[in-house]
Structure formats: structure tokens, C-alpha cells
Design a protein. Structure first.
Length: 281
């Protein structure tokens, strides 16, 4: 029996023995986008890296959900950066705690190989942060976040992203598409942006929007792209802050290592002070 099933049956048995009602298990967010909802085509958020949906897209994701649209969030990478792997394995100091970690002494969930977290373990933990954050948005939207899909590319290229988008667009004609701007300095972000830019120019997709991350909105880019801030709908700023906390928590025995926050602490601190979403298109 799988560990999750074993735990569930054990808890049910304990509750039954105590005469307690056991609530039915709720389904997790689907990992495949469902057939097109009666409410119309969904809006699809193409997320280069786990935390981009919160740092750069969160307020707009909330606005779409609050407006009654179904949303699909697609993560296109499954990366374990060498720098984060070194940090968690104690080969580099943690910028948050200013200490060096020890996976064995700190009871990391692992799995560990020779006392070290593996790249796969890091990637899986990173995805848990992402799915936890998406759960915050799903709760905010009353269940309208219809799927959280993982389509990891070995390398994020314009052609690779194009094929992913075309596949989803074929199943969901008229869907809206959102991603990071092609002007972004990070090549993965820019590749996603260029893919949607090309597809819109070709007429393969129509309703497209791009986001510029905080700190990259210099005056030239803002004027050229007609950059605009996305207004926060009621409750959105708090939801984005809650989603950001999913990337901050340090609970290594449970497999939570605060990747997002440790990767870009300044970005998360700025978001906590004032959530921001800058869009063009």
C-alpha cells in the first residue's frame, strides 16, 4: 500500500474507533486540463519557473478568477539549480539564516544519497511549493483554477514553448494566454514571451498578455510596451502574499526548503510590502 493510502486508512480507522465522522477526501487540483468548461475558454498562464506565477502574475491571476474565468496554470520547467542544491547541501551559506545546512542533522525528508539531497529531490520539493501556491489561488477563486499542469522542457526554447501552446490551443479554441515578456533578461522568460508573440502574429492565438517582472520595468521598456499596472481586485493582494508564503517556509523534515525565498529574497520582500503586476499586450 502506498504511504499516502496507508496514512489515510490509518487515520480513518482511528477516527472511526473514536466515533468521529471522517470527511470524504477532496480531489487535488487536476494535473490535466479538463474539457472546456461551460463558462467558455480558459485563460492559460504559462509559468517559466515556480514562483513566477506569484511574483509577476499573481494579481492578474486573481483578477481572472474573480471575474469568473476558469484558469489553467502550466509550469514549463523542472529544474534544480546548482546554486540551490549547493546551498541546501551545506556547500554554500544560506543567505536567510547565514548558516550552512546539514541534510542529515536537520532531518531532511530527502531522499538523500550519501547524506545529500539529489537534484530530483530538489525538483520535487520545488514543485510542491508551486502546487501549494496554486492551491491558494484556487481557494481564492472558489475552485475556478481548473488545473495545474506540469510540462517540463529539457531546455526552454521558443520552439519548445510554441509546441506546448499549440497543443493546448488546439484543445481549447479561443483560450487566452499569459506569460512573461520577451524583453525579460532571463532567457527562459524571454523564450516563453517570444513564443506567444510569434503565435499571435501568425494568428494561432489571439488574447495574449505578457508580464514584466519587478525591477525590469525601466522607462524605455515601459514606454515602448505601454506597460500598465494590473489593479488588485478585492482580496487579491492578501491572496498573493499567502501564496508567497508557500515559497518561504522552512520545514525540512516535511520536505519544505523555502526555495523561492532563498533564490530571490529581495523580490519576495518587495512583494510582501506591496504586491505588483505589470502587464503589456
Amino acid at each position: 500500500m502506498e504511504r499516502r493510502s496507508f496514512l489515510a486508512s490509518g487515520l480513518a480507522g482511528l477516527a472511526g474507533a473514536a466515533g468521529l465522522a471522517v470527511p470524504a477526501a477532496r480531489a487535488a487540483l487536476p494535473e490535466e486540463e479538463p474539457p472546456q468548461a461551460a463558462g467558455g475558454p480558459p485563460v492559460v498562464f504559462w509559468v517559466p519557473h515556480a514562483d513566477d506565477e506569484t511574483l509577476s502574475m499573481g494579481l492578474d491571476l486573481c483578477a481572472e478568477l474573480a471575474g469568473g474565468r476558469a484558469a489553467v496554470v502550466v509550469l514549463v520547467t523542472r529544474a534544480a539549480s546548482p546554486s540551490m542544491l549547493a546551498l541546501l547541501n551545506g556547500e554554500a551559506p544560506d543567505p536567510v539564516s547565514d548558516t550552512r545546512h546539514d541534510p542529515v542533522l536537520e532531518s531532511y525528508l530527502g531522499p538523500l544519497v550519501d547524506g545529500r539531497l539529489t537534484p530530483d529531490a530538489v525538483a520535487e520539493a520545488r514543485e510542491r511549493e508551486f502546487r501549494s501556491a496554486c492551491g491558494v489561488y484556487n481557494a481564492f477563486g472558489g475552485g475556478r483554477l481548473s488545473a495545474v499542469v506540469h510540462r517540463p522542457l529539457e531546455a526552454v526554447t521558443v520552439e519548445g514553448v510554441r509546441q506546448l501552446v499549440l497543443d493546448v490551443a488546439a484543445r481549447h479554441p479561443g483560450a487566452a494566454h499569459r506569460t512573461m515578456s520577451w524583453t525579460d533578461p532571463h532567457p527562459d522568460h524571454a523564450a516563453c514571451g517570444r513564443a506567444l508573440r510569434e503565435l499571435r502574429a501568425e494568428g494561432a492565438v489571439d488574447d495574449v498578455r505578457w508580464y514584466v517582472k519587478r525591477g525590469a520595468e525601466d522607462a524605455t521598456v515601459a514606454e515602448r510596451l505601454r506597460l500598465r499596472p494590473v489593479d488588485a481586485v478585492a482580496g487579491a493582494a492578501d491572496a498573493v502574499r499567502r501564496a508567497a508564503e508557500c515559497y518561504r517556509g522552512w520545514n525540512p523534515a516535511a520536505g519544505a526548503y523555502g526555495f523561492g525565498y532563498r533564490s530571490v529574497p529581495a523580490s519576495f520582500e518587495a512583494l510582501a510590502a506591496q504586491p505588483q503586476c505589470l502587464a503589456h499586450g
